[in-house]
Design a protein around this ligand. Structure first.
Ligand code: OOG
Ligand code: NI
Length: 463
């Protein structure tokens, strides 16, 4: 019998993200405009900075620089979430981190499905920020029951997609023919449906409870609500969006522009109002509209330690106490000025960040370290002797305050709403059917392993 060769999970993920990109550009033309703008700005940035170009050539794959880094969906039930975990597993995407958005007035909690190893991230870093609606945060009991009933009646995965997931689980992978079919079938779950599965009246009541509830409950599936390419200059793309005919959200989320970038900066163009139809009285369709889909861009910096993250959170809080960005952009300049000045307290030099224990780094032997007889078990001494070098570890995850800002700006200003903060990771993991990886432990592990390799080499030279 001919041996079955499985397509790698990385290849399936790449094919999936490419198909999703093509589908989304087709569905949301403004997203194609954003992609073109991002590619142009990335080219200009590289042309103006040969050093950056050389560095990216060495570490990333330049021709893929402007491709999508993430997307997002919002699910309605525990069963949808646990099936989605199995789907992403086939593509080498695992749940990392727990994000409680209730504190920020959004009735969901979330994780990010993403590749975890260095090689997988390099091959294709595509991740999906995945939220689960929290009907338990909705006060109106009758509405909650109605929403549950609608959700219980929908099937977001095709039968064939479920069969292929089961096959992949049983056989440990999919061959090329099945992998291609899998990508096509799974894509169906992310597709836009302009026909709602609820009446205009129910839609309005869900919408009045929270716009996000209407978005999750009213449709046949969890349409992809945005995709996010990587930009090398987020400020430039933000500034140029209006000229390209797309309206940016008021401010860039995350830290300010810095010499040594930290964590994640993101911005988006505002969600578009799109025609949809609702179920009418006598089986006819009733025209209406829905606002949910947008395009986003991201620029990543170093992963911070719990200490660095606490400092980041404090400085962001301090900034927002001075100026809280208004959705209409009226105080954007004031907010940006406050952000820049408050963040002066965060060191902007790699070695200072490292020595203060604020960020995660990988350590490696320098040429001198590899060539010479290096000695010692003190990493600082090895660095001082020029035997060991360090590089920032890129943050591959998300930020709850930023995510809330992205949610809010695409739900409209009036969506800002207070919920009692109620993180519930235990419930989320039960619904997911698995634990989520702790991102801090993960980055710490990468750093520690790299130090051990350096010290191991030094130890060998010692002996
Ligand atoms: C997800 C928003 C979060 C991000 O980049 O922080 C997100 C959503 O709107 O569903 O994608
Ligand atoms: Ni996003």
């Amino acid at each position: 019998m001919k041996e079955r060769i499985h397509t790698s999970a990385d290849d399936i993920r790449s094919a999936f993200s490419a198909s999703m990109s093509a589908m989304y550009r087709d569905e949301v033309p403004a997203y194609g405009t954003l992609m073109a703008l991002v590619a142009r700005v990335n080219e200009e940035t590289l042309a103006a900075d040969p050093h950056l170009q050389a560095r990216l050539e060495a570490t990333d794959s330049l021709e893929r620089i402007s491709e999508e880094r993430h997307g997002a969906i919002r699910l309605g039930t525990p069963a949808e979430l646990s099936m989605m975990r199995r789907v992403f597993d086939v593509m080498g995407m695992y749940p990392v981190g727990y994000y409680d958005l209730s504190t920020a007035g959004v009735p969901v909690h979330s994780t990010a499905f993403r590749p975890v190893g260095d090689a997988a991230l390099k091959r294709n870093p595509f991740r999906v920020f995945t939220s689960l609606l929290r009907l338990d945060l909705i006060a109106d009991e009758a509405l909650r029951a109605q929403a549950s009933e609608v959700l219980a009646g929908r099937r977001i995965f095709t039968d064939r997609a479920v069969e292929l997931v089961e096959k992949a689980e049983k056989d440990g992978g999919l061959d090329a023919v099945d992998a291609e079919a899998f990508v096509g079938e799974v894509l169906e779950t992310f597709r836009w449906h302009d026909r709602a599965i609820v009446s205009a009246d129910l839609y309005k009541r869900l919408h009045d409870a929270h716009r996000l509830i209407a978005d999750v409950v009213s449709f046949k599936g969890p349409h992809i609500n945005h995709l996010t390419p990587r930009t090398l200059d987020i400020d430039k793309v933000q500034a140029r969006m209006p000229g390209a005919g797309i309206a940016p959200k008021a401010v860039v989320e995350g830290p300010p522009t810095r010499k040594c970038p930290i964590l994640l900066r993101q911005t988006s163009f505002k969600a578009l109002e799109e025609p949809v139809s609702f179920i009418g009285e006598g089986g006819e369709w009733k025209a209406g509209s829905h606002t949910a889909r947008f395009g986003e861009i991201e620029q990543r910096g170093i992963a911070l330690t719990p200490k660095g993250r606490a400092l980041y959170d404090k400085l962001l809080n301090d900034t927002r106490a001075i100026a809280r960005p208004a959705a209409d952009g009226s105080n954007a300049a004031e907010y940006e000025a406050a952000l820049a000045s408050v963040f002066e307290a965060f060191p902007d030099d790699w070695n200072e960040i490292r020595k203060a224990g604020l960020g995660y780094f990988t350590y490696s032997l320098t040429e001198k370290g590899r060539a010479g007889r290096i000695a010692g078990d003190d990493i600082e001494a090895l660095i001082a002797a020029g035997h060991v070098q360090f590089d920032p570890i890129v943050y591959e995850d998300f930020l709850p305050v930023s995510a809330a800002g992205i949610f809010q700006s695409n739900l409209g200003d009036e969506a800002a709403q207070e919920f009692v903060a109620s993180p519930n990771q235990v419930m989320f993991e039960r619904d997911l059917g698995a634990g989520v990886l702790d991102e801090f432990a993960h980055y710490a592990g990468i750093e520690k392993a790299s130090i051990e390799v350096c010290l191991g080499a030094a130890g060998m030279a010692d002996a």
